[in-house]
Design a protein around this ligand. Sequence first.
Ligand SMILES: Cc1cc2nc3c(=O)[nH]c(=O)nc-3n(C[C@H](O)[C@H](O)[C@H](O)COP(=O)(O)O)c2cc1C
Length: 206
Amino acid sequence: MSEFTEAMAFRHACKKFDIEKQIPQEEFDALLEVARMSPSSFGMEPWRLIVVRKPALRKALKSACWNQNQITECSELVVFTTDNDTVRSGTPYVRKMFERRGLPQDAVDTYMGVYKNYLEPIECDEVLLENWTAKQCYIAMSNMMTYAATLKIDSCPIEGFDKESVEAILDLEYGHSVAVICAFGYRVNPQSEQKRLELKQIVQYR
Ligand SMILES: Cc1cc2nc3c(=O)[nH]c(=O)nc-3n(C[C@H](O)[C@H](O)[C@H](O)COP(=O)(O)O)c2cc1C
């Protein structure tokens, strides 16, 4: 098995974390770096990660997250939020993200136009925009979980939460929203068996 497939086999949605075991800061930094390096649509990097460490905040979040124990028991809790307003077409942020590629001005203008055409039908609806930016977060989260598994760090992706409550507890800035949450730490119990559909049930060649 390659290191990657070993990590895929090791990773499971950890339900019970060891509250005594902390992820070393340098390893957690490496996980955050993997999120930073993840790909995003048009390279807009809409994610803004909040690492929640304060016990009182964790406790408040737990009640907004279906009372899931992972929220308070994990070593590091990462809330993936998105800055939706800043990635709207035509903003200075979007221009800067294209300009940093070192393109001539007319090419930047072309990119701005293509981006506008793509995003207009999405950004006209707040929910569609939030969903679009959230999709990027899932890529970053997924990379973090798999990389964590190579370091024998467990994780649990968490979608079971009341979005509005989580946003209120974290007091998010206007235009920001919560996409998904991920708990990281170390398992207490052996991992459950990975149940999956067969390849032939999910893949078609045409
Ligand atoms: C986007 C997403 C959201 C999830 N939300 C939760 C959650 O809120 N609580 C939980 O215990 N597990 C959650 N899970 C874990 C899944 O239930 C789990 O990944 C799936 O059952 C497969 O099991 P495995 O990851 O252990 O192989 C989530 C998984 C994903 C990908």
